[in-house]
Design a protein around this ligand. Structure first.
Ligand SMILES: NC(=O)C1=CN([C@@H]2O[C@H](COP(=O)(O)OP(=O)(O)OC[C@H]3O[C@@H](n4cnc5c(N)ncnc54)[C@H](OP(=O)(O)O)[C@@H]3O)[C@@H](O)[C@H]2O)C=CC1
Ligand SMILES: CC1=C(/C=C/C(C)=C/C=C/C(C)=C/C=O)C(C)(C)CCC1
Length: 315
């Protein structure tokens, strides 16, 4: 008898959740205030990280900026300070667990409790699997995936103590569906998506409803990280690479609306769904038609060229 009641309650919840999601698609979401929150952004010296920092600064958040590139990070810090917020920049190597824990300890004593964590830093090997040095493949997993464990272990306890916080995972469309020649990246971003989902379940199971999570899954963004990656010529104007500022503004709206997940552009929900719904060969046929199967080849060529020209190291 109890199971029948539970089943009915579940069906009501399910219907409500679907209707709410449909309605929210058409309504302007209510955005929360983050004025005075302490927000830590990783990869803050990079393209999206810098824009995230400036958007959080505009919302009045105090910033803690992490990056391995001290000069680029300091530049972001300067730009954010010009917007009138307090900024603390730290040089850290996210591929090293001890570096994360040590820097997290310094943040706790020197600045205070972080209430918003934006795990944005990311890398890609950009080589064919069989030609890629092992260390480079490992680095992608360490930075894009393992660092999420250590960052969360370092900062979640403070959030739990107050039942207040927000953890943002910048993953990728390539964490939801995959393509050729980016095995390291897809493995790490699928890992990041799984991490985000499991953490979200854990927080809800513990009734820590004051700690929010948001997963950000963009398509190619014009930051240079995937320079050369392209789909079939005729379809490029239909799904062009994203502008970095647009990507960050869309992500900010999702974060401030406490949205669980965002695909940018929305069109990316389609390959995400079809990957699960259609047979492998049907997906393959659409990938081939759209040039999704070989989209990374010019990117890999580009990286090879930059190695030849000495612009990047071979290992
Ligand atoms: N660009 C794109 O097309 C897309 C990007 N994304 C994701 O968005 C995020 C930001 O990407 P984007 O801004 O384009 O990339 P960038 O390369 O511009 O920025 C990444 C930043 O992270 C830093 N970083 C790299 N490794 C480490 C490390 N071990 N420790 C500390 N910092 C590190 C980089 O430093 P340095 O430059 O010195 O290496 C850089 O400043 C990434 O997670 C990426 O995977 C998702 C979808 C599409
Ligand atoms: C595979 C594939 C596509 C191409 C996707 C691309 C090119 C994604 C690139 C993403 C990047 C660079 C993410 C970085 O984090 C299409 C055309 C949407 C159709 C469906 C299959």
């Amino acid at each position: 008898m109890i199971i029948i009641v539970d089943l009915l309650l579940m069906l009501i919840d399910l219907t409500y959740a679907i209707l709410a999601a449909v309605v929210q698609t058409f309504l302007r979401p209510r955005l929360k205030s983050i004025d005075g929150e302490l927000c830590l952004i990783t990869g803050a010296g990079g393209a999206l990280g810098r824009l995230f920092a400036l958007e959080f600064a505009k919302e009045g958040a105090r910033l803690v900026l992490w990056d391995c590139n001290a000069a680029a990070n300091e530049r972001t810090a300067q730009l954010a300070r010009e917007l009138g917020v307090k900024v603390h920049a730290y040089t850290v190597d996210l591929s090293r667990r001890e570096s994360i824990y040590e820097t997290a300890g310094r943040v706790k004593t020197e600045v205070g409790d972080v209430s918003m964590l934006v795990n944005n830093a990311g890398v890609v090997a950009g080589r064919r699997l069989l030609e890629c040095p092992d260390e480079l493949l490992e680095r992608t997993l360490l930075v894009n995936c393992h660092a999420l464990f250590w960052m969360t272990k370092a900062f979640l306890p403070q959030m739990k103590a107050k039942n207040h916080g927000h953890i943002v995972t910048v993953a990728s469309a390539l964490g939801l569906f995959s393509t050729a020649c980016v095995e390291d990246y897809c493995a790490s971003k699928f890992g990041a998506v799984g991490f985000h989902e499991s953490l979200t379940h854990e927080l809800l199971a513990e009734e820590l409803d004051g700690i929010k999570t948001t997963l950000v899954c963009p398509y190619i963004v014009d930051t240079g990280m995937f320079a050369g990656c392209e789909i079939r010529k005729e379809l490029r104007s239909l799904i062009p690479p994203l502008e970095p500022l647009y990507t960050v503004q869309q992500s900010m709206t999702a974060i401030l609306a406490e949205q669980q997940m965002i695909c940018i552009p929305r069109l990316m929900y389609i390959p995400f769904l079809t990957r699960a719904l259609l047979p492998w060969d049907a997906n393959l046929a659409t990938y081939r038609f759209m040039g999704g199967d070989k989209c990374m080849l010019p990117f890999i060529k580009n990286v090879e060229q930059r190695i030849c020209n000495g612009h990047i190291k071979s290992s």
